[in-house]
Design a binder for this molecule. Structure first.
Ligand code: MN
Length: 725
């Protein structure tokens, strides 16, 4: 709103005054110590503009005070360039001010080391997300934004190239981040200052046009005055009217993107009326529409329907007596604070500024905000949305050229290589992370520079990679390579894999029927020959597990035709674990877990030998098992036990009862995500008596693990009972 033409050069006295004027309880002693430390460390250093260097961190600290940040942030702002540019180490910072401040300074330092040149939209978006992922504590990003703002205010001394680079980076990366954090003042100033360096002529044209209109300030001031008088007449005495002239860059964008002239932009001028109560807001709206002619299509009520980022206000556009349109925004003080300062407003409003868990809440809130502001409005499933914002489910790494590659968490260097290009992946022989050789299954960490080492053109991937890679993109590209390049090998691989799977499932097709059986199977898959079928299995185009279902059906039919085959006649060998289960007398047989009781490691279990479907494992307490042991099939039941080392995750279903409340499902989903549990299904149902029930199928390692999960779920408010089903 107000013009910010104060001096960009700040002294320590200015900082102290800002702190005193803020009225908040800062620890002045700590701030003073930080200032002395910074002053000493930067002694002798000068900025390009000529002032002593320390004036920069002092100015940044002033900005953090303006934003309402806490003592730790102000201290970190004072020290933000010391670790990078002076002899001070982060250990020194910790010794003097504690781990919290060290973390903030380190965070800002790390962000500062990332520079980039490419500004393709996708790249910029990845970079923004990466920076946010890197500044785990939102204060890091807020300090960084203050740092950038002060640098842009004082960039006139920079060489031309540096001006352009910094301006582009600011425009593409930092201004959008400020926007997402809801800090509109900082965002606009960053954009205007960037524009001034990037298109000095365009910038000048608009500032000239604004000056021409009899002086933009005079025009809007006249309107504000008249509105104030009229409101007083109808009894709304206490109100604040702010005048707004659209930011230069805001006008620039509209002019160039929508190909309009300056005069064709409706919201160059705006007044904002800030009142005490919501009731007064609607009264004032009536007064405005009585005074000026409203443009009907431009009325918006964001008070009754707030924007996803919690923005609330009434908007209307009216035609002034001079024929010049202007926008009117009407809102309460609290709404105004949220709109102006976003996240920071909540900090100012909460008195006890520095307790740790509140900070975590705020971060969660910021992330939620970031998520809800994403443009894509397809209401995807709730669980995925919550997960992707709370869990850092993504990692971001650089190519040596500086492009950012975005991968799901857990992705490996091979995934990275295939994300660049299939040709890079196919020729990969090794990888370096930050200059060091790493194994190719190295898990990518956010911020790393990954260099893919490649071999000769015809090198090709390894089949083992299919078990290592995480992204479907990499999987598909690897499969495609095998499909194209290794026909014979695929046939052999596929045939072997199929035969192995048949053995595991205890399926024995009589030799005289084998060829016909396979030919028939191929036809059913719309393939011409069994060879094509094998090849498809070999390169992974056909999923063996799916195919087995069809094979078993056919096999069951075959068995009916013939005399009953004695399936139980299987060779007895040593005990060996299969899927984490040791079945008495059967080696490496196909094992599956019964859906009726979902056994987990730790449960007492028992196996049932099925016809052609391997051994199905039940809990000993399962009613099916208890009943079955007495029936005709009793001989098919075999003892089974868990192998010692079980790594797999097992499905387990829970039934949750709760008193219904908003956000219940979200709380459960967030907890599951936080515990890194795979979630196979989640559903909730309201019951008529104000209660709710949820069904949940998750993956856990064993009963002990499950009990931990249940204990944590129980802590969620309003959950009354949890049973395993
Ligand atoms: Mn700096």
């Amino acid at each position: 709103m107000e013009k910010r033409e104060e001096s960009a050069v700040k002294t320590y006295a200015d900082l102290v005054r800002a702190i005193e004027e803020s009225g908040r309880p800062y620890e002045l002693a700590a701030v003073e110590r930080a200032y002395r430390m910074a002053e000493q460390a930067h002694a002798g250093q000068k900025r390009l503009s000529g002032e002593s260097y320390v004036s920069h961190p002092v100015a940044v600290a002033c900005l953090t005070v303006d934003l309402g940040l806490d003592t730790d942030s102000v201290v970190a702002a004072l020290l933000h360039d010391t670790v990078e540019d002076t002899k001070i180490t982060s250990a020194d910072v910790r010794a003097a001010f504690g781990a919290e401040v060290e973390l903030l300074v380190d965070g800002v330092t790390k962000l500062g080391r990332i520079s980039f040149s490419s500004v393709e939209e996708q790249q910029a978006e990845n970079l923004r997300k990466m920076l946010l992922a890197m500044s785990k504590d939102v204060r890091v990003m807020l300090i960084k934004l203050c740092d950038r703002l002060h640098n842009m205010r004082t960039g006139d001394g920079w060489p031309e190239q540096k001006r352009r680079d910094k301006s582009l980076e600011t425009m593409e990366v930092y201004a959008p981040i400020a926007h997402r954090l809801g800090m509109s003042n900082i965002k606009e100033e960053l954009e205007d200052r960037s524009l001034r360096y990037l298109d000095p002529v365009g910038y000048q044209d608009i500032t000239d046009a604004l000056a021409k209109n009899g002086g933009a300030d005079a025009f809007i001031s006249g309107i504000a005055e008249r509105i104030g008088e009229r409101l007083a007449e109808v009894g709304i005495a206490e109100c604040t009217i702010k005048k707004r002239i659209k930011s230069v860059y805001g006008i620039y964008r509209k002019m160039y993107m929508q190909n309009r002239t300056f005069e064709e932009i409706y919201d160059v001028y705006a007044v904002r009326i800030i009142l005490n109560t919501v009731g007064e807001c609607y009264n004032a709206l009536g007064v405005i529409h009585d005074m000026y002619h409203p443009i009907p299509s431009r009325f918006k009520d964001y008070i009754s329907t707030p924007k996803p980022n919690l923005y609330q206000s009434l908007h209307t556009t009216v035609i002034g007596h001079e024929g010049i349109p202007f926008e009117v925004q009407i809102r309460t003080w609290e709404m105004d604070q949220t709109a102006e300062y976003g996240v920071a407003a909540h900090w100012k409003y909460k008195a006890g500024v520095s307790t740790k868990d509140k900070l975590d809440d705020r971060i969660a809130w910021v992330r939620q905000l970031l998520e809800s502001q994403r443009e894509s409005e397809d209401a995807g499933d709730l669980l995925r949305d919550i997960k992707s914002e709370l869990l850092p489910e993504e990692v971001f790494a650089f190519t040596p050229k500086g492009d950012v590659i975005n991968l799901p968490a857990g992705a490996t260097a091979i995934d990275f290589a295939y994300a660049i290009h299939s040709a890079v992946g196919n020729r990969m022989t090794g990888a370096k992370a930050n200059g060091r050789i790493v194994p190719i299954d190295h898990k990518v960490v956010t911020g790393e520079i990954i260099e893919v080492i490649t071999g000769p053109k015809d090198k090709g991937p390894s089949r083992d990679w299919l078990n290592i890679v995480v992204t479907s993109e990499a999987k598909n590209k690897i499969r495609n390579w095998f499909k194209k390049e290794r026909k014979e090998e695929n046939i052999a691989e596929g045939k072997a894999a199929l035969e192995k799977e048949l053995r595991r499932n205890l399926v024995t097709i009589p030799a005289d029927k084998y060829d016909a059986f396979m030919a028939d199977l191929a036809r059913r898959q719309r393939l011409n020959t069994p060879e094509e079928l094998y090849a498809a299995i070999g390169y992974g185009g056909l999923q063996l597990s799916r195919l087995m279902i069809k094979i078993k059906d056919e096999y069951a039919r075959l068995l009916k035709e013939k005399n009953p085959v004695e399936v139980l006649d299987v060779p007895i060998r040593k005990h060996k674990a299969s899927e984490g289960v040791i079945v008495e007398g059967l080696d490496n047989c196909m094992v599956k877990f019964a859906k009726c009781c979902n056994p987990l490691p730790g449960d007492d279990i028992i196996g049932f030998i099925t016809r052609g479907f391997g051994v199905s494992i039940h809990k000993r307490s399962c009613p099916n098992a208890c009943g079955g042991l007495l029936g005709d099939d009793a001989p098919r039941w075999v003892s089974a036990r868990w192998a010692d080392s079980v790594k797999e995750s097992f499905k387990s279903s829970l039934e949750i009862s709760a008193v219904d409340r908003g956000g219940l499902m979200a709380d459960v989903a967030v907890l599951i995500a936080e515990m890194h549990l795979p979630c196979y299904s989640i559903s909730a149902r309201q019951l008529p008596d104000g209660r709710a029930t949820m069904s949940l199928t998750i993956g856990v390692n064993n009963t002990e693990h499950l009990n931990t999960v249940i204990a944590r779920l129980r802590k969620i408010k309003s959950i009354t009972n949890i049973t395993r089903v």
